[in-house]
Design a protein around this ligand. Structure first.
Ligand code: SAM
Length: 318
C-alpha cells in the first residue's frame, strides 16, 4: 500500500473517529435538552447547537402548521409587521415570513443574550430583506412598548409559571395590533398554559381564530388535553443527535390564536387521530356542542372518500 493510500485511510479513520465522538457529544446535549424541556425548565443553559439540531426544526414545523391553518381562516390577513416574543433563534419569524412574504418589519424579543446573538447571526445571513433587517431586542416578555400586526409567542410560556399564562397573554395582546398566536408543546403542561391564556383573552374581548371553533368553556377535561401533531423529516444530524431509527418525528403542539376582528370559524375541528376501518371513519370533534364522535360509514361512498383524507387538526363541517 502506498503512503498516500495509507494517509487516505488514516484521514477516513480520523474523520470517522471525530464524527462518532461529535455525534455522541451532540446526542448527550440533545438528551439533556429533551430532559430540560420535559421538566419545564428554562432554556438558560441549553446547548445552542443541540437546539438548532434537535428542537428548532420541530418548533419551526409546528409554527408553520399553525400559521397555515390561521391563513385559511383569516384569508384577508396580510401582516406587515411581526413581534416574535421568546424568539430563541428566531424560529417563528422565519416561519411567519414563509407564510406571509409581505411581512416587512420583524422584531424579536429574547431574554437570553446567547439566543439574541444567535438570532441576529441567522437573520443577518438571510437573503430575505425583512429578516436581514430584523431587530433583535434583549428583553423579557411584556417589557417595552413594541407593537406589531402579528405577535407570536412560540414555546415560551412553558418557561413561565402556569398561573402566569393569563397575565402574559394579556401583555402580548396589548402589543398585538391585530393578531396574537401562542404555541406550546402539546403536553398537559403546555395545554394548561394555553387554556389559561384562552380564558384571559376571551374575557378581554379577543375573537378566536383557532383551534377552537367556539368561545364556550373548553370541553377538554380529565386526562384529555387539546393538542395536535406535525410530522417532519429528520435531518442526518438530527437522526444522530436523537439516535433515531425512523427518518421522521411527530411534534406535538397546542395553540391558540385570537384577533381583534371576527372571522368565520369552521363548525368543528378534529381533535384526535381519525380512525379508518373498512366499516367507516370515526372522528373525534370539538364544536359548540362540546366533544363528540362522528361516524362516517363506508357505504356512504363520497363522504367516506372525503373523510379518509382528513387529518387530526383539520377543520370539519357538520
Ligand atoms: C424553547 S425556546 C423557543 C424558541 C423559539 N420561539 C422556538 O419556537 O423555537 C424558549 C425561548 O424563550 C426565551 N425566554 C424564556 N423566558 C422568556 C421571557 N420571560 N421573555 C423573553 N424570552 C424568554 C428563552 O431564552 C428561549 O430562547
Amino acid at each position: 500500500m502506498s503512503y498516500s493510500n495509507r494517509i487516505g485511510s488514516l484521514d477516513r479513520a480520523i474523520a470517522t473517529w471525530l464524527e462518532t465522538r461529535e455525534a455522541g457529544a451532540l446526542r448527550d446535549k440533545a438528551d439533556r435538552l429533551t430532559e430540560t424541556y420535559r421538566h419545564g425548565r428554562s432554556s438558560a443553559h441549553i446547548d445552542l447547537a443541540a437546539y438548532l439540531t434537535a428542537r428548532m426544526p420541530a418548533t419551526y414545523a409546528a409554527v408553520g402548521r399553525v400559521l397555515s391553518q390561521i391563513a385559511v381562516i383569516a384569508e384577508s390577513f396580510a401582516p406587515q409587521s411581526i413581534l416574535d416574543v421568546g424568539a430563541g433563534p428566531g424560529t417563528a419569524s422565519w416561519a411567519a415570513l414563509a407564510q406571509w412574504p409581505e411581512i416587512q418589519n420583524i422584531t424579536m424579543i429574547e431574554a437570553d443574550a446567547r439566543f439574541v446573538a444567535l438570532a441576529e447571526e441567522l437573520a443577518a445571513a438571510s437573503a430575505l430583506p425583512a429578516l436581514a433587517a430584523a431587530q433583535v431586542i434583549k428583553a423579557k416578555l411584556g417589557e417595552g412598548d413594541a407593537k406589531a400586526n402579528l405577535v407570536i409567542a412560540a414555546y415560551v410560556f412553558a418557561e413561565l409559571e402556569e398561573r402566569a399564562a393569563g397575565e402574559a397573554a394579556l401583555k402580548l395582546w396589548a402589543q398585538a395590533e391585530h393578531m396574537l398566536v401562542i404555541i406550546e408543546p402539546g403536553t398537559p403542561r403546555g395545554f394548561a398554559r394555553i387554556r389559561n391564556a384562552r380564558a384571559a383573552l376571551l374575557a378581554a374581548g379577543a375573537h378566536l381564530i383557532g383551534p377552537c371553533t367556539h368561545a364556550n368553556t373548553c370541553p377538554m377535561s380529565g386526562k384529555d388535553w387539546c393538542h395536535f401533531t406535525q410530522r417532519l423529516a429528520r435531518s442526518r444530524d438530527h437522526m444522530h443527535a436523537k439516535a433515531a431509527s425512523v427518518p421522521y418525528e411527530d411534534e406535538p403542539f397546542s395553540w391558540i390564536a385570537v384577533a381583534r376582528q371576527k372571522y368565520d370559524l369552521p363548525q368543528a375541528r378534529i381533535v384526535a387521530p381519525p380512525i379508518t376501518t373498512k366499516i367507516g371513519t370515526t372522528l373525534k370533534l370539538c364544536s359548540a356542542a362540546g366533544l363528540h364522535i362522528q361516524q362516517i360509514a363506508s357505504r356512504d361512498k363520497p363522504a367516506y372518500k372525503q373523510a379518509k383524507k382528513l387529518e387530526w387538526g383539520d377543520a370539519f363541517s357538520l
